[in-house]
Design a protein around this ligand. Structure first.
Ligand code: ATP
Ligand code: TZP
Ligand code: MG
Ligand code: MG
Length: 268
């Protein structure tokens, strides 16, 4: 994928200000809304079963995240997801902590079974769990594991017939046939909670403006990683708190020129 295309998609998000409906977790709600606003998208969080379907059908994308799930949230996800599927609104799913408890794993399976997420984004342990493979997990954080993340992503995409994104030091994006690695990013992203969740919602923002969901995903991950690199450089003398704020700043400020110099993507 050309760097110029990635820059063009960022401009499109900023110009179109797409509505992104998030049913997400209580830890990351504010951070996610501010990150989407900084990027140029328009976030809305709507959880009530009474309105979830109506909100999903007017959104540019629906993002489902099971970070702090309960029965009501799962019910809303299914209602919103079915509505989005009917209206061809792309659904992005973040199976936070799948594999950590049986309840979480079952909820992730239910979402995948009853609705059709176009894109699934998680750490290696979460993706392994939804694919029925084993990987160590501690709460919502991926264990190091010993498997091959690229093979895991490709086999999961082939099995589920959608785009699979496995993040970590390198990010893998695959539809089961074509696979890209994104090398952008910074270790400080692992020291701020919700950076994975925000990334999933940012994938939603790009999916809202680009029909080619594979290109939308590559753009989202590489821009996010590049913004994190700049934020880490600007706050090098400080800690994760300053980095979190600067990441929001850079999502808003990052320019096409900066992206040209930083983007590090690889087609396998
Ligand atoms: P976990 O809870 O296991 O941290 P997560 O859902 O928060 O998972 P991550 O895999 O941490 O998601 O991915 C979030 C962002 O952090 C991605 O942009 C990813 O590229 C980046 N990232 C994660 N680990 C590193 C690392 N060691 N170096 C650089 N970037 C990283
Ligand atoms: N507990 C439940 S959801 C959540 C925590 C700490 C946030 C996880 O965020 P991320 O982006 O997966 O690190
Ligand atoms: Mg994390
Ligand atoms: Mg996560």
């Amino acid at each position: 994928m050309e760097k110029v295309k990635i820059c063009e998609l960022l401009e499109r998000v900023r110009a179109n200000n797409p509505l992104v409906h998030n049913i997400t977790n209580v830890v990351v709600t504010n951070f996610t809304a501010n990150g989407l606003l900084a990027l140029g998208a328009s976030p809305v969080m709507a959880y009530a079963p009474e309105e979830a379907a109506d909100m999903a059908k007017i959104a540019g994308a629906l993002v489902l995240n099971i970070g702090t799930l309960n029965e009501s949230v799962v019910e809303s996800m299914i209602l919103a997801g079915k509505s989005a599927n009917e209206q061809n609104v792309p659904v992005v799913f973040d199976p936070v902590g799948a594999g950590a408890t049986p309840y979480r794993s079952a909820a992730a399976q239910k979402v995948i079974r009853e609705i059709n997420p176009a894109i699934i984004r998680g750490n290696a342990a979460e993706i392994a769990n939804i694919a029925g493979e084993t990987w160590s997990i501690k709460g919502v954080d991926a264990g190091e594991g010993s498997g091959d993340k690229t093979k895991l992503a490709i086999s999961t995409a082939q099995k589920l017939k959608n785009i699979v994104i496995v993040t970590g030091r390198e990010d893998v994006i695959t539809d089961g046939k074509t696979t890209f690695l994104v090398h952008n990013g910074h270790p400080l992203l692992t020291k701020v909670t919700g950076t994975g969740c925000l990334l999933t919602s940012i994938v939603g923002a790009f999916a809202a403006v680009e029909k080619n969901l594979f290109n939308a995903s590559v753009a989202a991950l590489s821009i996010y990683g590049a913004a994190a690199e700049i934020a880490a450089e600007k706050t090098a003398e400080h800690g994760p708190g300053s980095f979190q704020v600067e990441l929001i700043n850079q999502l808003s400020l990052i320019s096409a020129e900066q992206l040209e110099n930083r983007l590090s993507i690889e087609k396998l």
